[in-house]
Design a protein around this ligand. Structure first.
Ligand SMILES: Cc1cc2nc3c(=O)[nH]c(=O)nc-3n(C[C@H](O)[C@H](O)[C@H](O)COP(=O)(O)O)c2cc1C
Length: 251
């Protein structure tokens, strides 16, 4: 074990870096426009509207106390599909926008350092009612999906992309959160990266609790093949890359 390397790496966990930054030189302070709160869909992409809150009533009602006490990581899912309304509820719980305050600033159902929300949500869907197999992306402003790519071989690709964690391939849907670091760097420059990792924890915890409340289960996944996952969701690996995954299914 390289003790020096370990001690050096621990520095990343501390907020000491912030003291070295001159915030007068951030892009925000220089008056540069904030990046958009979501990656805009391609003009030719058709939006798939998602059911709103009034259509979630059939599965509403599980107590928060129960959801918190029952929360655990699930790695076995039954063969049932998810309904579009259930998926809509999980997406809103994790990245839903409650209010747009100004261009580039929106309040969501999860907290984020400086309200920067640096994530996109991709969905690897193999068994959701009404949706064909493929890779989708959530548009929180419109509360809609776009189909990024049809991919019949999706399930076969998931297992190697998650380092042989075969239960990911058995899930009807896998959430993949990518980071667009500039959204947070715009405000915090080099102090952005530590808080981006904190932010994504809140997102996944909301998914755990929301799943628990509707008879679904999930499991956080931080171990994956970076290149294969980035290829799968078709991101460049520099300005946007995979950060965290969570397969979801009925339990
Ligand atoms: C940051 C993070 C990364 C994780 N990565 C994986 C993973 O790659 N594969 C996996 O099976 N579980 C993963 N887990 C789930 C943990 O193994 C699990 O939370 C832990 O064993 C405690 O079990 P519980 O969630 O049921 O309480 C991860 C959890 C967290 C918070």
């Amino acid at each position: 074990m390289d003790e020096d390397k370990i001690v050096e790496q621990r520095e990343f966990l501390k907020d000491s870096l912030r003291q070295t930054i001159n915030f007068r030189f951030t892009d925000q302070h220089q008056g540069i426009e904030p990046p958009p709160v979501q990656k805009p869909p391609h003009p030719e992409q058709e939006l798939i509207p998602l059911p709103g809150q009034d259509e979630w009533t059939p599965f509403r009602g599980t107590d928060l106390l129960d959801a918190i006490s029952n929360r655990k990581s699930h790695r076995r899912f039954n063969s049932e599909s998810l309904s579009l309304a259930e998926l809509a509820f999980l997406l809103w719980s994790t990245q839903g926008i409650k209010q747009e305050l100004a261009p580039g600033i929106a309040l969501r159902t999860v907290p984020s350092a400086g309200c920067r929300h640096p994530f996109e949500t991709y969905l690897l869907i193999s068994n959701v009612e009404g949706l064909e197999i493929g890779i989708y992306r959530y548009l929180p402003i419109e509360h809609a999906l776009v189909l990024e790519k049809k991919d019949k071989d999706l399930v076969e690709k998931l297992s190697p992309a998650t380092l042989g964690q075969t239960f990911t391939a058995a899930a009807p849907v896998t959430f993949v959160w990518t980071a667009i670091p500039y959204r947070t760097e715009w405000r915090y420059t080099t102090a952005a990266h530590r808080v981006i990792l904190m932010d994504v924890g809140h997102v996944c915890q909301n998914l755990y609790l929301a799943c628990e409340s509707i008879g679904c289960g999930t499991c956080a996944i931080a171990a994956y093949n970076q290149d294969l996952m980035d290829q799968l969701v078709d991101v460049d690996g520099t300005d946007e890359f995979t950060l965290y995954l969570a397969p979801v299914g009925k339990c």
